[in-house]
Design a protein around this ligand. Structure first.
Ligand code: NAP
Length: 537
């Protein structure tokens, strides 16, 4: 690749995780386009390349956290555990990249610094920090929903004499916690995964919790040879189920209402589901996301379980002072998270009561004046989710409009796939699509395939550009907000689904909550109606 001169492609894809890899395969191998993937990291993996923190593991069961577009690819890989750990996901993605011979068209160590639409020649000009400029008719973002770190602007952070790390940019050669006093800020999915593992290694771990979260045991375990054989044998059924369910998992939600179930039966069903563990715990009843009384059944059960597990009643109280309904923030599953608070070397600090006021050279100080001496501070403080990875790309559409400006009051898209004024820009798992509310590989495959079909359509009719109409964008926005309003998701005021974790971010529900199956039908219907809502010029 030329270092400074312009390089021309049919399509540039940004990001080489699950999404960018599959998009490359489709556009290059099925459509015969000249494609280049630009990737900031030195290898494939996307989110999983950067998230190497202790305990990093996927919450989706491994046989469903993989590509399902190819039976031979699916059946040529064996997972070792119920939930795949970060290194195993990296091995899987490298295996897939090698099987599909993708790496030769991925330019690693290349950070995109901006891209702008050139109306005269109808193409995107993509700038990189270190590898010159590219042009492409189509620009496809495959940057993930959780890749723009949220690092709170704590006073004094620069003065800290120890080491501080955000979990989303974990050092490639790891962090040695032995003999160290570690502070961990944040108790979302990441903090909950990292806590038990760091606690085992560190001299002392202090967890700084602002908002407690419900969590259910994952019950991870090695997979048996029988299970491995059975998922290969039942590939078609598993893939079909993943496409048919609301959440993109191979299991559906039971057709049973909590409010119509006797208390004894509720208890029996929930106890059984608790023992099985995992995300399926949510699937015992079908009314928990729409009915507060049903939701309370779940919330009360989980609260009781946590209180039974955590021996110190004050700690247990802090861990269960929930500010939201069960599962209305991203549900969490864990491996011995609550048990970890029974260890002598672990303490919990409530930073809602007394917020972190300042990072000091020796640690941190909370607003009640307490000083915590720390050698390492782990920021498990999450992400500027869904929109952040896109607005940080510095995308400039027609008439010099920046994406950040267009989305100042919240994202405006059609189907989460395209933005008006940004022709030929496609956003895989973009805002206002099901994305983070589903099993991501399912959402990714559906988007990548839809985009490949749209590009085929553009070429077949001899058009050069595609973008949505403002009517379609406005109508989709109404549908997205309606879908969220129909659930209790909208009541979780501190959720990153609403942008609440990033100061100044508009409070707008970001993903489409109508379910993956319904969304797939909507997208197919749009195509059947000759790309209704899109201008193909
Ligand atoms: P997160 O869910 O947004 O959690 C961030 C945590 O940091 C929250 O507890 C938050 O408190 C806290 N925090 C933020 N700013 C703070 C401040 N100024 N002072 C004190 N606390 C602060 O982020 P995450 O845990 O990285 O997870 C993000 C998403 O990534 C997950 O929801 C999930 O979708 C995905 N993920 C998945 C897996 C998996 O599959 N296993 C693992 C990790 C992450 P508040 O709640 O009060 O804002």
């Amino acid at each position: 690749m030329p270092e400074t001169s312009e390089a021309q492609f049919d399509a540039i894809v940004i990001g080489a995780g699950f999404a960018g890899m599959y998009q490359l395969h489709l556009l290059r191998d099925k459509l015969g386009l000249k494609v280049r993937v630009l990737e900031q990291g030195s290898g494939v993996g996307g989110t999983w390349y950067w998230n190497r923190y202790p305990g990093a593991r996927c919450d989706t069961e491994s046989h469903a956290y993989c590509y399902t577009f190819s039976e031979s690819l699916y059946c040529s890989w064996d997972w070792s555990e119920r939930y795949p750990e970060q290194p195993e996901i990296m091995r899987y993605l490298n295996f897939a990249a090698d099987q599909l011979d993708l790496k030769k068209d991925i330019q690693f160590d290349t950070r995109v610094s901006g891209a702008s639409w050139d109306e005269d020649v109808r193409c995107w000009r993509i700038m990189t920090e270190n590898h010159g400029e590219y042009t492409a008719r189509f620009l496809i973002t495959a940057v993930g929903c959780l890749s723009a770190a949220n690092i709170p602007n704590f006073k004094g952070l620069d003065s800290f004499k120890g080491q501080w790390i955000h979990t989303g940019s974990w050092p490639q050669d790891g962090v040695d916690f032995s003999g160290k006093r570690v502070g961990l800020i944040g108790t979302g999915s990441t903090g909950v995964q990292a806590t038990p593992v760091i606690a085992k290694e560190a001299d002392h771990l202090t967890v700084f919790q602002r908002t407690p979260n419900y969590s259910v045991p994952a019950r991870n375990a090695p997979l048996t040879e029988d299970f491995k054989r059975s998922v290969h044998k039942n590939f078609e059924e598993i893939a079909r189920n993943m496409k048919a369910t609301t959440n993109g998992h191979p299991w559906g939600v039971e057709n049973r209402r909590a409010v119509e179930t006797s208390a004894d039966e509720q208890e029996r069903l929930l106890e059984a589901a608790w023992q099985v563990g995992g995300m399926q715990f949510r699937a015992v009843f079908n009314d928990i996301m729409v009915d507060e009384a049903a939701n309370k059944v779940m919330a009360d059960f989980v609260t009781r379980k946590i209180r039974e597990t955590v021996k110190d009643p004050i700690t247990a109280e802090k861990l269960t002072a929930f500010d939201h309904h069960y599962s209305t923030k991203r549900p969490i599953i864990d491996s011995h998270y609550f048990e970890t608070y029974n260890r002598e070397n672990v303490s919990l600090v409530d930073v809602k009561e007394a917020p972190i006021e300042e990072i000091t050279p020796r640690g941190l100080r909370t607003s009640d004046g307490t000083e915590y001496d720390l050698d390492i501070i782990v920021f498990a403080t999450g992400y500027d989710g869904v929109t952040g990875p896109l607005t940080r790309l510095n995308l400039i559409g027609r008439d010099g409009l920046s994406l950040g400006d267009v989305w100042q009051e919240g994202p405006k898209t059609y189907l989460g796939l395209q933005v008006e004024g940004f022709p030929n820009l496609f956003t895989i798992t973009g805002p206002q699509s099901p994305s983070v509310l589903t099993n991501m590989p399912v959402a990714i495959e559906q988007h990548a395939e839809w985009i490949a079909n749209a590009i085929t359509h553009i070429d077949q009719i001899g058009a050069s550009c595609m973008e949505p109409t403002s009517t379609a964008v406005n109508e989709w926005e109404t549908q997205v907000q309606k879908a969220a309003q129909a659930t209790l998701l909208i009541t979780a005021k501190s959720s990153w689904y609403l942008g609440a974790n990033v100061p100044g971010k508009p409070r707008v529900f970001l993903p489409y909550a109508g379910g993956m199956a319904r969304y797939r039908d909507i997208c197919e219907d749009v195509v059947e109606q000759n790309y209704k809502g899109f201008k193909v010029a």
